[in-house]
Design a protein around this ligand. Structure first.
Ligand SMILES: N[C@@H](CCC(=O)N[C@@H](CS)C(=O)NCC(=O)O)C(=O)O
Length: 201
């Protein structure tokens, strides 16, 4: 399998953590993608021009991160990251959606903040920031109900908080959210999380 990849993308991190947790990492070749100027062949395979995208051994190109993670989870017989039993399945998918939604808002906020100052919309930046803040408040409330076993929900939340540390470190999201901060310190010790910290190439 081939993974179109960027070391700064939190959505790619979700996939690489999933690959490590499921024992599939050794079967995945990484191809660095230039998302600012994507190649014609990459755009043909993924018209959205985003990473991650995974080319399977059968030649099917999968996107986005949720689909790729569920695909990887279907390829092994160990502990499943996408529970099949309810209500855990719905709790897990909801937690993944919350982590992805916070990420979407944080990524949009950053994209706006790096535009030339006179072109930036402060109301747009604030709108995205308030989604992040409300999402973090919900995560703090949800921590006591996190599944004791690792799930794609927790992997998404871990990748999301890692992105906030990477791009918005001066905002210290952990202040005032003690349960989430404690959970994150513990989750960060997983080898899969340690091996996938984001970096600027
Ligand atoms: N919902 C997508 C989001 C992927 C995404 O937005 N990736 C960013 C990198 S962090 C990207 O490729 N952006 C390039 C673009 O939007 O053109 C997923 O979960 O995979």
């Amino acid at each position: 399998m081939k993974l179109h990849y960027s070391p700064t993308s939190p959505y790619v991190r979700k996939v690489t953590v999933t690959a490590i947790e499921t024992g599939l990492d050794g079967r995945i070749e990484r191809l660095t993608a230039d998302i600012r100027e994507p190649s014609e062949s990459f755009l043909f395979d993924n018209p959205l021009g985003k990473v991650p995208a995974l080319t399977t051994d059968d030649g099917l190109v999968l996107f986005d991160s949720a689909v790729i993670c569920e695909y990887l989870d279907s390829l092994h017989d160990g502990h499943k990251l996408f529970p099949t039993e309810v209500p855990q399945r719905w709790r897990t998918l909801r937690l993944m959606a919350l982590g992805d939604g916070i990420l979407d808002a944080a990524v949009l906020r950053r994209a706006e903040m790096v535009r030339p100052e006179k072109e930036q919309s402060s109301s747009w930046i604030e709108r995205q920031k308030s989604k992040v803040m409300r999402g973090l408040a919900m995560l703090e409330r949800e921590v006591p109900r996190f599944n004791p076993n690792v799930t794609i929900g927790q992997i998404t939340v871990g990748s999301c908080l890692g992105y906030l540390d990477f791009r918005f470190s001066e905002e210290h999201w952990g202040i005032g959210r003690p349960m989430l901060a404690d959970w994150y310190s513990m989750f960060m010790n997983r080898p899969s999380m340690e091996a996938t910290a984001p970096y600027e190439p």
